[in-house]
Design a binder for this molecule. Structure first.
Ligand code: ZN
Length: 312
């Protein structure tokens, strides 16, 4: 039986806050100085990549999911559940919050909610992210937002390269300028914008979603210590679980020389975030996104590289 990994051609988004690192540092074939996101593994209708080569070349991930459930271990999900992207923030992103499955299902045409997490690939010295807020009650939350008391409301926390941040639904969050992030998330694009720094896009402010935000924001917020953990400098040649919840498990592996692991999930998603090497006989390098299908039960890796893995 021929075991094969399934590689994807990503799709890209242009955003007012985007930059050029996805082209310059990852070598992706996309031009511009406003490239915000690379959707590396996605079956979401807002941006879906195709298989790069092999017997499924050109097929969309959603079609692969529909036509070949055996590749995914015949799991009982009504759609491909995850989305993996790389985000390059040249400028601050708006302050936002996502609903959970229940709220999104009721108010957003049956969409999934959005639980997401970030692995910081790179950031400048002294970088920070917005995670959480400082309101103690829902009434105070509503007052701070309606009165525009953003300095008081927003909670910024310092981050460094290699940090991992889990963003539960209801968590106020924003990526700040200079950050390069790998995001693993539920396959959803439902975002409620709370505040956009009073910026103009094409001469007018972007739409805010104040009512929905106040509905879904968790009060009080999780503590900063519970929000950010360091995943830099972990021992090499081991799988390190960064987080596990009902939506996903995310892990990091740093390969130096050779190592192997058992694929203990129906399928796994992988992104090479640094370096290059060999994965089950295939050459892989920084920027590659691929599916480890169900038939592959053992992974053999060599070279010098870092990968972020995820599965349901
Ligand atoms: Zn988000």
């Amino acid at each position: 039986m021929e075991e094969q990994l399934i590689f994807f051609n990503p799709v890209f988004t242009h955003n007012i806050w985007g930059g050029s690192r996805l082209h310059d540092e990852f070598g992706y074939p996309v031009e511009g100085t406003d490239i915000g996101e690379c959707w590396g593994i996605s079956a979401h209708p807002s941006g879906e990549g195709c298989v790069r080569d092999g017997k499924y070349a050109g097929k969309k991930l959603s079609a692969l999911w529909e036509e070949h459930p055996e590749l995914f271990g015949n799991v009982d999900y009504d759609r491909f559940p995850l989305l993996v992207k790389i985000i390059d923030a040249r400028e601050d992103l708006s302050i936002q919050v996502h609903p959970d499955d229940t709220y999104a299902g009721q108010h957003e045409n049956g969409s999934l909610g959005k639980t997401e997490c970030w692995y910081v690939l790179d950031c400048p010295e002294g970088a920070s992210l917005v995670i959480g807020h400082n309101a103690k009650t829902r009434e105070e939350l509503s007052d701070m937002i309606h009165q525009g008391r953003w300095q008081e409301f927003i909670r910024e926390v310092p981050v460094k390269k290699g940090d991992f941040i889990q963003i539960d639904p209801g968590t106020v969050h924003a990526i700040k300028r200079g950050l390069l992030i790998l995001e693993t998330q539920q396959s959803s694009d439902i975002t409620y914008r709370v505040y956009d720094y009073d910026r103009l896009s094409d001469g007018k402010p972007r739409q805010l979603h104040i009512r929905q935000s106040i509905d879904v924001i968790t009060v009080p917020a999780k503590s900063p210590q519970d929000s950010v953990k360091s995943a830099a400098d972990l021992p090499e040649n081991h799988i390190h679980e960064l987080y596990r919840c009902s939506c996903y498990r995310v892990a990091k592996v740093t390969v130096s020389g050779a190592m192997g692991f058992v694929v203990d999930a129906p399928f796994m998603l992988a992104t090479v975030v640094a370096g290059e090497g060999i994965f089950n006989g295939r050459a892989v390098k920084k920027g590659d996104h691929f599916l480890i299908p169900n038939e592959v039960r053992q992974a053999e890796l060599s070279g010098r590289m870092e990968l972020i893995l995820s599965n349901i």
